[in-house]
Design a binder for this molecule. Structure first.
Ligand code: MRU
Length: 356
């Protein structure tokens, strides 16, 4: 399985996702500004992965600080928190990871400065390790929804590359494969950045899972022909009422699923759920550079010079279109996500209960 990000010899090392699948190149960051830049430029992307990167950026920032005492240390590390938080607005995982690093920092105020630096590295590595375990749990719950012979649709990339490993939307697929189920995947190419074509198709081929790549416009036609049995996607931020922000085009897939009576699942670690906001209307939606739409990878122009562009990177799928949200604690109907409690419900014929 591909290693998305790691802390190696005092550096944050990440696979440069803008170069995939043409070449596998690793980027080494030795200061937090480089990590922030990598997040902004999508060299690392996917909600959990950018949360991990932000935490490691803080650990990197800590290494360069000279401070006489704890308060001085906190003052000097603050600009790194501000910069990391400003990189991308939609994925709540960045805020989640930064809050965790800040709480950890405050709870170690009696440590010597040099020890504090080591501890922050250890905490960021723990966030990475825990993410992989969480995704495995999502996989165990989610695999129940994949039956022998199914074809699963996915959108964007919520695979290993979008996380510390295993993926969220791909985790149920990987576990279903381990369980010996035979199924195939259809990957939406996901315009304009093509995470589906460049990353999901590549990852699933590496894992030996049969995958067919389609243009985003094709999903509806395949559903009408009965060629898709379920959809599983990831999320950048899920609100308390179960509304889900994910890559632009996810809403379209969800509406199409409803029309064709196809279950639509969202794989979401708890770190992607923003319990502080009541509905998806409050989720900030990132707008990216128009060149992502007018040019193919900054090179070949495909639209007239000067054309007005709307490049929303994410959309919000209302809870009513979602069959279940699959977390590391179990699968929940979207309306139950706020309580994280749906003892013994039945979703698509699968009986689900919360495991302690
Ligand atoms: O712009 P991106 O590539 O960071 O968008 C990623 C997505 O929309 C993913 O589906 C989401 O982050 C979930 S990743 C487990």
């Amino acid at each position: 399985m591909v290693k998305t990000i790691d802390w190696i010899d005092g550096k944050v090392v990440m696979i440069d996702q803008t170069r995939l699948p043409i070449e596998v190149v690793y980027l080494e960051c030795d200061n937090y500004g480089e990590v922030a830049d990598a997040i902004r430029k999508l060299r690392i992307r996917g909600a959990p992965a950018i949360g991990i990167a932000a935490a490691m950026g803080i650990a990197l920032a800590a290494q360069g600080i000279h401070a006489a005492d704890f308060d001085g240390f906190v003052r000097k590390i603050e600009p790194a928190f501000v910069m990391m938080l400003s990189t991308r607005p939609t994925a709540v995982n960045i805020r989640w990871a930064l809050e965790r690093m800040r709480t950890f920092l405050r709870s170690h105020k009696d440590e010597k400065i040099e020890r504090l630096k080591e501890l922050l590295v250890e905490e960021s590595k723990r966030i990475l390790e825990e993410d992989v375990k969480i995704n495995r749990e999502i996989g165990r719950w989610g695999a129940q929804f994949i039956k022998d012979g199914d074809t699963v649709l996915t959108h964007c990339n919520a695979g290993s590359l979008a996380t510390g490993g295993y993926g969220t939307a791909t985790a149920p697929m990987l576990v279903a494969k381990e369980q010996g189920k035979r199924f195939s995947v259809i990957a939406d190419e996901t315009r304009p950045v093509l995470q589906g074509a460049r990353l999901t198709a590549w990852e699933l081929m590496e894992e030996g899972i049969p995958v067919t790549l389609i243009t985003d416009n094709t999903a509806g036609a395949l559903m009408k022909k009965g060629m898709i049995n379920l959809a599983i996607v990831g999320t950048d931020r899920t609100a308390r009422n179960g509304d889900v922000a994910n890559k632009i085009g996810t809403y379209t897939v969800a509406v199409l699923c409803k029309e064709h009576d196809i279950p639509f699942y969202v794989a979401a670690p708890l770190s992607s759920i923003d319990f502080s906001i009541p509905s998806g209307d409050l989720i900030p939606i990132e707008e990216r550079d128009s060149e992502e739409v007018t040019n193919v990878f900054g090179k070949c122009r495909i639209a007239p010079e000067g054309v007005k562009v709307c490049n929303l990177a994410f959309d919000v799928t209302p809870a009513k279109y979602i069959t279940a949200i699959i977390t590391e604690k179990g699968a929940f109907k979207p309306e139950d996500i706020k309580e994280l409690s749906c003892p013994d419900v039945e979703i698509e014929g699968v009986r689900i209960s919360i495991r302690k």
